[in-house]
Design a protein around this ligand. Structure first.
Ligand code: SAH
Length: 213
């Protein structure tokens, strides 16, 4: 990690380490250019480029880089896409989406996390991300349709129907589905309806249902 003498930045080294598991070069280039250390608390900076999830404020986590990269590649993002990111957390995933899509809308239930993420992302000079505080379970109906929806918290057994409805034609949604045991599920909106593929196992914090609290 860090100064290994390779001449690569720590983020570029991380992208290089992920290469065997991630086929999309645009995703790897984005990972190589976002400094993950800015998205973690000072106490975790030493581990910022390790391929692990790390604790952030409000008892939440910044996701594991490999899982972030896989979710980004499954979304098959185009530079013209409008993307919704549910569960802003540190903002790391949103920053990567900002490099790969045209416009990013990110929603978080903790105001404090949203504010920190906004500062971090603006500090990187990215100006195509809009921040919302609220219940991501409902998505952002006023801003729909989206070409891509990223859900960074586990939905329980069922994908939120409101999110699927906010996909435009050909839209893709990736989400960790399940509770104790979770898998990434990719949903694609086709002319014939929603197609679902169940992929690798993952571990995310739960997508909280605010009305149930
Ligand atoms: N994408 C983040 C990781 C997020 S962890 C990153 O790159 O750092 C999941 C986040 O989802 C947490 O911050 C949690 O507070 C948030 N969350 C959980 N339930 C939510 C809900 N119903 N609406 C919005 N955000 C939610």
């Amino acid at each position: 990690m860090g100064d290994s003498g390779s001449g690569l930045s720590p983020a570029a080294e991380l992208a290089h380490e992920l290469r065997p598991a991630v086929a999309d070069d645009r995703v790897l280039a984005a990972m190589a250019s976002i400094p993950r250390e800015r998205f973690v608390p000072d106490s975790e900076r030493r581990r910022a480029y390790a391929n692990v999830a790390l604790p952030i404020a409000c008892g939440q986590t910044i996701s594991q880089p490999l899982v972030v990269a896989r979710m980004l590649e499954l979304l098959e993002l185009h530079p013209t896409d409008r993307a919704l990111d549910v569960g802003t957390g540190s903002g790391y995933h949103a920053a990567l989406l900002a490099l790969l899509a045209k416009e990013v809308f990110t929603i978080e239930r903790h105001e404090e996390l949203s504010a920190i993420a906004e500062r971090t992302i603006r500090g990187l000079g990215l100006d195509n991300v809009s921040f919302f505080v609220g219940d991501g379970w409902e998505g952002l109906p006023d801003r729909a349709p989206f070409d891509a929806i990223n859900v960074a918290a586990a939905t329980g057994a069922q994908l939120p129907a409101a999110l699927e409805r906010q996909l435009g034609p050909g839209g893709r949604l990736v989400a960790p589905v399940g509770e104790a045991s979770q898998r990434l599920v990719l949903t694609r909106r086709t002319p014939e309806g929603f197609r679902h593929s169940t992929l690798e196992g993952v571990r995310f914090v739960p997508l909280v249902r605010d009305e149930a609290e």
